[in-house]
Write a protein that binds this ligand. Sequence first.
Ligand code: AHR
Length: 651
Amino acid sequence: MKIFKIIINIFFLFCGLIKSSAQIVVKVNEPKAIIQPTMWGIFFEDINMAADGGLYAELVKNRSFEFTQPLMGWKEQNKQNGSVLIVNRNNENTANPRFARVSVKTNEPYGLTNEGFRGMGIKKNNGYDFSVWAKLNEGEKSVIHAQLITSKNEIAGEAKIIVEGNSWKKYAVSFNSSVTDEKAKLNVWFEGKSVVDVDMISLFPKDTWKNRSGGLRADLVQKLADLKPGFIRFPGGCIVEGRDLANRYQWKKTVGNIEDRQLIINRWNTEFSYRSTPDYFQSFGLGFFEYFQLAEDIGAEPLPIINCGMACQFNSAEVVATNELDGYIQDALDLIEFANGSTETKWGKLRATMGHPQPFNLKMLGVGNENWGPQYIERLTLFTKAIKAKYPAIKLVNSSGTDPIGERFDYLNGELRKINADLIDEHYYRPPEWFLANAKRYDNYPRNGSKVFAGEYAAHSNLTNDADKKNNWQSALAEAAFMTGLERNADVVSMASYAPLFAHIDAWQWAPDLIWFNNLQSYASPNYYVQQMYSLNKGTTEVSVTNNGDVVAGQDSLYAAASIDSSTNELIIKIVNTSVKQQIISLSLEGVKKITGRAKIIELKSDNLNSVNSFSQPEKIAPKESEIFIHEPKFNLPINAYSFIVLKIKM
Ligand code: AHR
C-alpha cells in the first residue's frame, strides 16, 4: 500500500497532473528582509538540573558542604571508627565558610559517601580526576582513599592521596573506571588515626567538552553545537531575578577561583511543591567565564541577562530602592568590561587571569528577565542611561513581562517602543493551537523602531499538569508552523529561542524542554529538530511566499516561509502541513526562468501527534533527507500529513 502511494506521488510529481488546492508562489527575485545571523539561538537556564548535575560535569553533590543541610548528599560510613563535624569560618572565608572536620579514632577507616546528582554517571575505561582541599589538624598524616562504587556495590576505580601539613592545600589524583554505570557513587575513606579538615571534594570525568579539566559534559555541549545557534542567552530566566534579591544571580560571585564562588540556593529548589527538589543549589562552577567560553566554542553570540534590581514578581516582588541601584548598574558596566575590556582594566584582567586575554566581543545585554510594571521602566531607564553613556554600541534587551498579550504586555510594549528599545523580549508558553493561530502575529507589527526577541517560547500540550506537558509531535509541529511567521517577519524579529533548554529525567521541575538527559545519555526532542532545521537552513534574505495571494499561515493547514542563502546560492523553502492528510501542492518559483536539477528535501514527520522521542527511541522523530528532480520553475510537491519540510534548491 505504502509503495503504491509512493509510486502515485512520484507520478503526480513528475507529470504535474493533479490539481493542487494550494497554489504556492515563491518570488525568488523579490528579496525582502535580511535574516539576522542571530535569528535562531538558545536559552540556557539552570532549571531542571541543567547546570549542576547536568552541563557542569562535577559528579559530587554538595562538594563544599554549603547546602542548607551541610551533609545533604553525604552519608557516613563506619561511624564506630570516627565522626564528622561541620565547621564554619565565616569571618575568614565568607564565600565558602564551611568545611568538614573528620576525626578518625581507630586504625580502621571512617568514610563519607557521596550520592551524586541522582547517582553518578561513570564510563568504562574513562579517566576520573579526584581532588580535595585538605589540611591536617591532628596526627602525622591522613590517607584519603577515593573509591568509585557501582550501583551493584562493586569497586569501579580507586586511588589514594596522603595529607600532610597543617595548611590548606589542594590534593589531586586520577584513576580509571572499569565499569559503565548510570547510578554510581563515591566513597571517600579516611584512613589512619588523625583529625583532618576537608573541603571542595570533587570528582570530574576526564572526557569533558574539549577535555577541559573541571569542564562541561561533552555530549550535552555537542547537542548545543549541533544546533549552530546564533546566540546563547544565559543564565536565565527567573534565576536571574531570584525569589528574593538576596538570592538573585550576581555574576561577580560566579567568576574567579572555583573554591571562592559562593553557593546559593537554586530558586527552582522550592518553586513547585509537586516537583520539589530540596537538593538543588547553584555551585556556580558553570559561571559567567564558562558561559562566555561556551558561547565562543559553539560560535554563538553571548547574551547575558542581568538583574535589574527586581526579584521575581511571582515570589517576593522585592525591588531595590532606586537611590540604591548604583551597585546593580555598576555590575552591568563591569560585566561589559569583563567581557570586552582590555587586560589593563580590573575586570578585563580577571578574564585574562582566567585564561582568556582576548575579549569575548559582547554585543548585547539583557536588563531584567520577566519584569513588569512601572517599577521596571523606572529601573530600566536608569540602567539604559548609564550603559548607553559608556557603551553606546551595546544593544539592550528589555522585558515585556511574562505574557504575549494582556495589560502588562500592552503597557510595557507601549513604554518600550516610546523609548525606542533596541530589542523587546517576548515570552509565550501556550497551547499548540495558540501557536497555529498566531503564525501571523508579527505581520502587522511596526516595521521600524524596536526589534523583537522571541526570548522564551514553547508549545505546551497540556496546560494543567506539568507531567503531561510532553515534547510531543503536536507541540513541535505547532512551533514549526509558528516559526514560519518569525522568519517571514525577519525585519521585525531578530532573535528567537525555545525554552527551557535542558532537563534531567530524574530531577526536572518544568516541562516541556528541548533536550532530555540522564547521567550518561541525552536525547533531542522533536522540538529540538524543528529548531535545528530552522537554524541550519536559515538563509540570509527572506523572500515572499504566498498561497493564492495571501501569506501562507494556516489556509489549507499549510504554513510556509522562504529565503535565499547568498553564500550557498540556494533557495530554501520551509513548509508545514498540520493536516491529517497528505497534500499535493503546486509550487511556482517566480523570477526563475529555467531550473533543472536535484533538490534536497529534509523532512520531519510523524503520523501520530502524540509521538515523542525517548532514551530507547531517541530518533523516532528525526529529520530524514531525500532528493527530488526539478525540471521547471512550476511543479507539484506532495507534503505529507503532519510534516515539516525544508526544500533546498540550488539556484
Ligand atoms: O523557562 C522557564 C521559566 O519560564 C523562565 O525561568 C522564566 O523566564 C519563564 O517564566
